[in-house]
Ligand binder design. Structure first.
Ligand code: C2E
Ligand code: MG
Ligand code: MG
Ligand code: MG
Length: 292
C-alpha cells in the first residue's frame, strides 16, 4: 500500500512539474509578445540626499502592463494588470528576453531623464542590470548607444548590479563592468550585505555606490547587531569614498537612525513610492525637495 501511495505521489509530482514547465514556457512566449506589443512600462522611485531632502536621482523599475483576455465576469472587457518584476524577471532571464527588455529599459529611462535634464533639472538615473545582460555580446555598445541617442552624460547614469554578478563568470563580469566604467557611467552594488562575500567583492569591483539591503533598514534600532552592521557599512562607504544609499526606508525612526549614522542617501516608501514619470514630474519635477 505504501508502495502504491509512493507511486501515486510520484505521478502527482511529475504532473506538477509538467504543469510548471508548461506554465514557464507559456509565460516566456507571452513576454516575447508583450515586448513586441510595447506592454512594458517604467516607474521611477526618487532617491534623496538625506541631509537636504533633495531628490538626487530616480531608479527606473520595470512593470508589465498586461492585458488579460476578457474574463468571465460578463462584461466581456479585457482586464489590465500591472505586474511587478518578481512575476516576470526570472522568466525573462531564463529565456534570454531580458537582453532586449533590458535594452528597452535603458533607452526609455535615458530618454526620459535626458528630457528632465533638458528642462534644467539636475537629476541622475539608476538602472538595474541582470547578469545575463552584462554578459551578452554587445552590452557595452548598447549602453554607449543609449547614452549617445539620448544625449545623457555618462556620469549621471548609475548601473546597479547584484553581487551574484560575480558568481557565474567573475573574470568576464569584472571585465565588462570595467569597460562600462571606462565609458564614464557609475556602478552600484545593489542589495549590499546580503551576499556571502560582500566585502571581498568590493575589492574586485571598483564601485561608486553601495545600496544597503532593505533587510538591514527594516531591523534598524530593533536589532543591535543589524544596527552595528549598518553603521559599519556607512563608515566603510565614507572611508572608501563610495556613496551609500539605504533602501527600503518605511518609518521615521529608520530615517532618523540613518541620518544620525551619517548615511548620505536614502530611498523607500516613506520618501516616495515608485511612480509613473508623470507622477515624478508632479511631485518633484524641476528639483523640488521632499519634506522629510
Ligand atoms: P531593487 O533593484 O532592489 O529595487 C528596489 C525594490 O524595492 C523595488 O521593487 C521597489 O519598489 C521596492 N521598494 C522601494 N522602497 C521600498 C520600501 O520602502 N519598502 C518595500 N517593501 N519595498 C520597497 P520592484 O520594483 O518590485 O523591483 C524588484 C526588483 O526587480 C528590483 O530590486 C530589481 O532587482 C528588479 N528589477 C526592477 N526593474 C528591473 C529592470 O529594469 N531590469 C532588471 N534586470 N531588474 C529589474
Ligand atoms: Mg536596484
Ligand atoms: Mg536589484
Ligand atoms: Mg535593492
Amino acid at each position: 500500500r505504501a508502495k502504491e501511495q509512493g507511486g501515486g505521489r510520484l505521478e502527482v509530482y511529475a504532473a506538477d512539474m509538467h504543469a510548471q514547465v508548461v506554465g514557464r514556457l507559456e509565460l516566456q512566449a507571452r513576454l516575447r509578445q508583450a515586448l513586441a506589443d510595447k506592454e512594458f512600462t517604467l516607474e521611477y522611485q526618487p532617491v534623496v540626499d538625506l541631509e537636504s531632502s533633495q531628490v538626487t536621482a530616480v531608479e527606473a523599475l520595470v512593470r508589465w502592463r498586461r492585458t488579460d483576455p476578457a474574463d468571465g465576469d460578463g462584461d466581456g472587457r479585457a482586464a489590465e494588470r500591472l505586474l511587478l518584476p518578481e512575476e516576470f524577471i526570472g522568466a525573462a532571464e531564463e529565456s534570454g528576453l531580458i537582453v532586449p527588455l533590458g535594452e528597452w529599459v535603458l533607452r526609455e529611462a535615458c530618454a526620459k531623464v535626458a528630457l528632465w535634464r533638458a528642462a534644467e533639472w539636475d537629476i541622475g538615473l539608476s538602472v538595474n542590470l541582470s547578469v545575463r545582460q552584462i554578459l551578452s555580446p554587445r552590452f557595452v555598445e548598447t549602453v554607449a548607444d543609449a547614452l549617445e541617442e539620448s544625449g545623457l552624460p555618462a556620469r549621471v547614469l548609475t548601473l546597479e548590479v547584484d553581487e551574484e554578478v560575480l558568481l557565474e563568470d567573475p573574470g568576464e563580469a569584472v571585465e565588462r563592468l570595467s569597460a562600462l566604467r571606462r565609458l564614464g557611467v557609475r556602478l552600484a552594488i545593489d542589495d549590499f550585505g546580503m551576499g556571502y562575500a560582500s566585502l571581498a567583492h568590493l575589492r574586485e569591483l571598483r564601485v561608486d555606490e553601495i545600496k544597503i539591503d532593505p533587510s538591514f533598514v527594516r531591523d534598524l534600532g530593533a536589532d543591535g547587531t543589524v544596527t552595528l552592521l549598518t553603521h559599519t557599512i556607512v563608515r566603510l562607504g565614507q572611508d572608501l569614498g563610495v556613496q551609500v544609499v539605504a533602501e527600503g526606508i518605511e518609518r521615521p525612526e529608520q530615517l532618523e537612525k540613518l541620518r544620525s549614522m551619517g548615511c548620505g542617501h536614502g530611498q523607500g516608501f516613506l520618501v516616495a513610492r515608485p511612480m509613473a514619470a508623470a507622477g515624478v514630474e508632479a511631485l518633484v519635477g524641476g528639483g523640488a525637495g521632499i519634506p522629510l
